[in-house]
Design a protein around this ligand. Structure first.
Ligand code: UD1
Length: 361
């Protein structure tokens, strides 16, 4: 079996870590196309080194742009590669522009498409990711869902016969990394001004809905800066660019900004922290898997299981709560209730490869 993986953005490189590991000792051929949607070393190269993923077979170097320009450039560049490779499966990862471009190129060449992380829904049509994931699910041949909830969404859209719950490959990487960090007794490298031995929060903010509205972004930064304990803000370049554009300081009050961390250091930071405040899907789930309370700066989440028992709480506008309510929510301790395993047991990468081979046969 020959599988072409198409990746491009930070979380997809983490998922590729699990998939590349599952292919490594298999009899199958695995070809990787990196669209270059993310190009800064801390959003891209670092993961290849960290997870020992071989260099991509094709690097398209597309970079940033408007949604249409970026997706269109990817389509044009992916077309000839898939035409030459003619894989048994094209595997796309999640909800980014790289995913919709890869899926479209493949289906138009009658190549079977498998969608990893299928069936997630925010039901928020203002999110570019929601269009990407819905369209990809509807054109793909095999829907590799990470949870029962995702399978339910697919079934309600008439796609149940193409869906299978394989678990979430990010669990594989998260648990593997957690065990390595704990075994090494690793301390995280945090932005200047934060002592990892004292209580602190880990924070990220990058969603267009939050970063691209100057008033909302100013309110979110101010709310983070007001918290009673230090906040390590691991700033995505999109956040940094928008803050510079609007004249907002990312280091102020309790807020201490640094660069995004390599995955292992991110896991070490969450483990050392007393909680997480984020708008990232991946980090909400990592907080849950690592047993830390998460406050999500959004109106909804695709990872609804994390809301159960209060592990994750949605706060789209912290500035609309009283200061006391906001501080109490963001600094609340992790719930004492036992964690469930809604996203599988950490062997999803192998399950993906097994299901791809089985469906082919
Ligand atoms: C993308 C995904 C989002 C995912 C996120 C993970 C889409 C529509 N969005 O969002 O679902 O959660 O990746 O990080 O595909 N930039 C850099 N350096 C880089 C990459 C981006 O400076 O290496 C800056 C540029 O200003 C760019 C902006 O970030 O315009 C946005 O980048 P883009 O890839 O379009 O979206 P993300 O916000 O990263």
């Amino acid at each position: 079996m020959k599988v072409v993986s198409i990746v491009g953005a930070r979380p997809q490189l983490v998922k590729l870590g699990a998939i590349a590991a599952a292919f490594k000792d298999s009899e199958h051929e695995h070809v990787v196309i990196h669209t270059g949607q993310h190009y800064d070393p801390e959003l891209s190269d670092v993961f290849f080194t960290e997870f020992g993923i071989p260099e991509p077979d094709f690097h398209l170097g597309i970079g940033s742009g408007s949604h249409g320009a970026q997706t269109g450039a990817m389509l044009a560049a992916i077309d000839p590669i898939l035409d030459a490779e003619r894989p048994d499966w094209v595997l796309v990862y999640g909800d980014t522009n790289s995913t919709i471009a890869g899926a479209l190129s493949a289906v138009k060449q009658h190549l079977p498409v498998a969608h990893l992380e299928a069936g997630l829904r925010s039901f928020n049509r203002r999110m570019p990711e929601e269009h990407n994931r819905v369209l990809t699910d509807h054109c793909a041949d095999l829907l590799l869902a990470p949870s029962d909830e995702a399978v339910r969404h697919l079934t309600s859209e008439g796609l149940g016969s193409r869906a299978v719950n394989v678990g979430d490959v990010m669990v594989d990487v998260c648990f593997h990394t957690r065990d390595a960090v704990l075994a090494a007794g690793e301390r995280p490298e945090l932005p200047a001004g934060i002592d990892p031995g004292q209580p602190f929060l880990v924070s990220t903010l990058h969603r267009a809905e939050n970063t691209d509205d100057p008033e909302l972004l100013a309110a979110l930064i101010e709310s983070l800066a007001s918290l009673p304990i230090p906040v390590a803000l691991l700033a995505h370049p999109r956040l940094q660019a928008k803050a510079d554009q609007y004249g907002l300081k990312l280091t102020q009050g309790s807020l201490h900004a640094g660069k995004p961390l390599p995955y292992r250091q991110l896991v070490a930071a969450v483990l050392a922290s007393s909680g997480v405040v984020t708008d990232s899907g991946g980090l909400q789930k990592e907080a849950y898997l690592l047993g830390r309370a998460c406050t999500t700066l959004r109106t909804e989440t695709e990872w609804v299981e994390t809301l159960e028992g209060g592990w994750n709480v949605l706060v789209p506008r912290p500035d609309q709560l009283t200061r006391e309510q906001w501080h109490a929510t963001a600094t609340r301790p992790a719930p004492g209730t036992a964690l469930d395993a809604p996203y599988g047991d950490g062997r999803a990468g192998f399950e993906v490869v097994r299901v791809l081979a089985e469906r082919l046969a």
